[in-house]
Design a binder for this molecule. Sequence first.
Ligand code: SF4
Length: 401
Amino acid sequence: METSTRSARRAGSVSTGRGVPILAPAHRAALDPALLDVVEYRKSGLSVNWIVGCPLDCGYCVRHLFGNFDMKVPRALVDDRAAFDLLVNHRFFQPGLTPVQLLNRATDPMLPPVKPHTFAMLRMLDDAGLDNHVLVITRWRVDEADCAALNELRNIRVTLLVTHSGIDDARIEPVDSAVAAASLRTAFAHARRYRVILYWRPIVPGLNDSDAHLAQAMDLRAHAHAAVFTGLFYRAQIRDYYQQHGLPEPYPQTARRKVFPERLEQRILTAESAVGGAPLLRKTSCAVAYAHSLADYNGHVGVDELCDICPATQLDRCTRDRTRPRDGQVAAMAAELGGRLVGIDSHAVTVAGLDEQRRYLMQHTLGYQVHDVAKPHHRHRHGRADLGWPAPHPSARETPA
Ligand code: SF4
């Protein structure tokens, strides 16, 4: 015990006696302050990240944005109970409404040392009688025992999203995509109380978009309740990593939003129509909602060009569930959060002066898109980067982000 405590201290951690050790204060101080924010509101839900560090080495990992890519051994910021308390007492958490994501920023929730903590959190949420969506995203191994544990949960609506890219350049993605494919098959074969999504990403031209790659992903849809396809976040820090390591740069410039060229999307949709399988959707929350036979909690049906690939039953569900919010209600909500209402139309609420987290709170509460007047989107581009899309037609309506 004495010895293990000493060696844990050398590794910058304090042993709690079980599971991932808590990061020692001196090492916490060295982390990007954003990583210390255990609960953060993102588009797919309140994201709970109480464990940091991952050995899987995906070259495009968002941990580059936090200067955390070199932390290969997972360490906890707080224990599981404290993380649960931070979530359910968060000022934006609403029982039965707020979608939740577990450990999706700086580690993989199914890594062997992390997995017990993931399941501990799932059980605490379930034991609290909450029926919120809970998203678990992994590219690692899911076995039958994991499926059995997920099937024991009674209240929360769990969605397991299995990330599969098919990238076979080990410099960019050292983990063989066969691992994720096997996890998907296992998870889907045993799913009773939870739903499984093929999370096909990042799809990058010239890297994993050959006809063979597309066919492989299409086939995997037979092992999922729904599938999402999406592109790559190509931010400056990720470009720097690619350059420093001599990796082929996927795009000539970086972008704030995910990059997903129009032509690639068209090829994928053409390939999809040729074979059967779970529907392909553009947005994570759409796939989660469809898999649970519920309306999309982000109100994407307001961005109608997103829905042209969605099954008719789902389109009907989302359309029926959507109610245009009242001006007074939304103005009061925006003002209380420190911003102001700019306008409401049949597509979205537009606000000013609210950061992403507050806009997501409004969006999930209203079930209606909430856009920032300062960040315009181009119609038909689905909130993606301009890279790979032709210049907007002068007559095209611009919608705010
Ligand atoms: S109908 Fe539209 S909003 Fe609803 S799940 Fe489908 S794509 Fe998403």
